[in-house]
Design a protein around this ligand. Structure first.
Ligand code: SF4
Ligand code: SF4
Length: 217
């Protein structure tokens, strides 16, 4: 059964890029879910990935495109609860990310709804990854990369964000345009997210003061 796409109506009304990014994540998640079910049936075993399993968030390079990064910035500053922000701030300011992903908080992903494609499409069969294990090296046959066949549909959502017209999308997809524009999470100025958090708090507070004055007028 298909799952509903994650929605943030107020924010999507303001940010057309967010609509396309969430559409692309939904395409990826739906494809991954169907392919995992097929692969489980083929192998006769369940995928090893489980909630709370986190070796794949440690010591890995996390590649992502501009709009995946923008999604992380937006989610952390605009949607993440303040108490989670408070715990994340020191990690962002310290630029942590060499040993583990900066968003790995108390064993869970603090940006789960907006986690990048690579985090949505990498699965392991057999057994859960051991701490420090690189499954590509130790047992490559257990690695399962999902949703690869849906790349073109995702490109149709994402490439217009780069100002590309429909006539160019298939050609650019074939040439790996989005991957070529990719960056690595740990090389991004993560401390800037804290500035965005502060700005969002100030904006909401100003809005509340204005609303309260309106009510008292
Ligand atoms: S990839 Fe490995 S560490 Fe990550 S969820 Fe799956 S089994 Fe766990
Ligand atoms: S973004 Fe989330 S799922 Fe991806 S590596 Fe970081 S903590 Fe793990």
């Amino acid at each position: 059964m298909a799952t509903a796409r994650t929605t943030y109506p107020e924010h999507e009304a303001r940010h057309p890029w967010l609509v396309r990014l969430l559409n692309a994540y939904h395409i990826s998640d739906e494809a991954a879910r169907a392919e995992i079910a097929q692969e489980e049936a083929r192998r006769g075993e369940a995928v090893a990935c489980r909630e709370g399993c986190r070796t794949c968030c440690q010591g890995q390079v996390i590649p992502l495109s501009d709009f995946e990064a923008l999604g992380l910035w937006w989610f952390a500053a605009e949607v993440m609860p303040l108490e989670v922000q408070a715990r994340l701030r020191p990690r962002l300011l310290a630029g942590r990310g060499d040993e583990e992903c900066v968003f790995l908080l108390d064993g869970g992903c603090a940006v789960y709804p907006l986690r990048p494609f690579v985090c949505r499409q990498y699965f392991v069969f057999g057994r859960a990854c051991a701490p420090g294990e690189n499954v590509y090296e130790t047992r490559p046959r257990d690695v399962f990369k999902a949703a690869l066949g849906s790349g073109r549909d995702m490109a149709w959502e994402l490439l217009p964000l780069y100002g590309k017209g429909e006539e160019d999308i298939d050609r650019l997809f074939e040439s790996g345009y989005v991957s070529r524009k990719g960056k690595h999470l740990r090389t991004l100025p993560l401390e800037n997210i804290v500035i965005h958090m502060d700005a969002a708090i100030a904006r909401k507070s100003a809005r509340n003061i204005t609303a309260s004055k309106g009510r008292n007028a």
